[in-house]
Design a protein around this ligand. Structure first.
Ligand code: HOZ
Length: 426
């Protein structure tokens, strides 16, 4: 039953563009009605009609401990009693910055902002200020939020809605954004060759998760590290999705490649609106008021968000085995998909991130990701939804696992995934 969600969607469309506050949520790409969520706990979410789902969106990543973890909620409630926002420094911010530096040592100095978009926008500005150069290289299909200069061949909602280059962005704002192909060293080398001495930074999602999940091939991240160092450019890892999810120290710990700057989002606030960017002291000294690169925000370092973030990171720090448990769950799902669909699909997985692509091609970049049959994805998604499994309503997003998905839930999900795949006509 989806009566109430349908009613709410109709109402929403009157005063909210497309009825949603972020495009992918509209379910347009999968031809269904978006579920309006009323509550969430653990691995489950409930919609406005009372339907219950096992949730594999996990608020697009931060829900690594599941929803409404009682330890986090308790701390948040206590923090709320002390006031919601001050627009002034707090001890919590200091604690969170210390914790970030401890868990991700390359983030020796970090600045808190309010979202991943803001974090990336600011990191790019820092890189330009530090190097005195204007151009940046990004990768086709990688998504770094919706700031003007980064909405170029973007992934996520931009790819879902087939507008990888947004209207409303003056060409002047994107003329310094160069686009290379993920996992293609030559394409990066060519851009460095044709723009000598002009490139401030290369920005990459170390595991691309906004064109579906696409893993870096062996040596690719190392290559980016070497070429940026060699050419006097900075390497920025956008770890909005991988930070604290792939490993406690993020993708940079997992792959042993250290970037100059890192961006974090939602997960650093335990799911509350927050972001962070940071790196070596020498670079971060460029940021105002220490240096000439301006960046500010009243809600930056919000006391409630920092409280949720600190508690979440402490829980993860005390139980590092969480990452092995997540890997095991991820592998089980891969096995189920392969058993059911064999050569008809490709499944990319790393730790708690997973995507099923409806293509026979190996998915290693934007072009191969885009070769997936989105019609089949929509059918697959619909079957899962109708059987109580809530996954990303777009081919070009990830499936997220949490530590509270039980073995039984994973088995149930694997079974439903098998049925869904077997119901398709390849
Ligand atoms: N672009 C987000 C995922 N990569 C989706 C955000 C949302 O709809 O909440």
């Amino acid at each position: 039953m989806e009566t109430r969600s349908k009613e709410l969607f109709e109402r929403a469309k009157q005063h909210i563009p497309g009825g949603v506050n972020s495009p992918v949520r509209t379910f347009q790409a999968v031809g269904r009605t978006p579920r309006f969520i009323r509550s969430a706990r653990g691995s489950r979410i409930w919609d406005a009609d009372g339907n219950e789902y096992i949730d594999y969106v996990c608020s697009w990543g931060p829900g690594i401990l599941g929803h409404a973890d009682s330890r986090v909620i308790q701390k948040v409630k206590e923090a709320c009693d002390l006031g919601l926002t001050y627009g002034a420094p707090t001890e919590k911010e200091v604690e969170l910055a210390e914790l970030i530096a401890e868990l991700i040592p390359s983030m020796e100095v970090s600045r808190l902002v309010s979202s991943g978009t803001e974090a990336v926008m600011s990191a790019v500005r820092a890189a330009r200020g530090y190097t005195g150069k204007d151009k940046i290289i990004k990768f086709r299909g990688c998504y770094h939020g919706h700031s003007d200069g980064l909405l170029v061949k973007a992934g996520s909602g931009a790819l879902t809605t087939s507008v990888p280059d947004s209207a409303g962005v003056p060409a002047d704002y994107t003329k310094n954004t160069l686009v290379a192909e993920f996992n293609d060293k030559d394409s990066v080398e060519t851009l460095f060759q044709s723009n000598p001495g002009e490139i401030a930074a290369v920005i990459v999602e170390p595991v691309a998760a906004n064109m579906g999940v696409v893993l870096p091939e062996k040596g690719f991240l190392e290559f980016l590290r070497d070429i940026t160092k060699d050419k006097g450019a900075l390497l920025i890892f956008d770890e909005v999705i991988t930070g604290f999810r792939l490993a406690l120290g993020g993708a940079q710990e997992y792959f042993h490649v250290t970037p100059d700057l890192t961006t974090l989002g939602k997960i650093v606030g335990g799911g509350m609106p927050i972001g962070a960017y940071g790196g070596k002291r020498e670079i971060m000294q460029m940021i105002s008021p220490d240096g000439p690169v301006y960046q500010a925000g009243t809600l930056s370092g919000n006391p409630i968000a920092t409280t949720a973030g600190i508690e979440t990171l402490k829980i993860l720090k005390e139980d590092p085995a969480v990452y092995e448990r997540l890997e095991t769950k991820g592998e089980k799902m891969v096995q189920a998909v392969r058993e059911a669909a064999g050569e008809h699909v490709r499944v990319n997985q790393i730790g708690s991130l997973l995507s099923v692509f409806f293509t026979k091609k190996e998915v290693r970049d934007y072009k191969s990701a885009a070769s997936s049959d989105v019609g089949l994805y929509a059918e697959y998604f619909g079957y899962l939804l109708d059987h109580g499994i809530y996954t990303a309503p777009s081919q070009f997003e990830a499936m997220f696992l949490s530590d509270v998905h039980t073995e039984k839930e994973i088995e149930t999900t694997c079974q439903i995934m098998r049925e869904a795949l077997c119901s398709l006509r390849f």
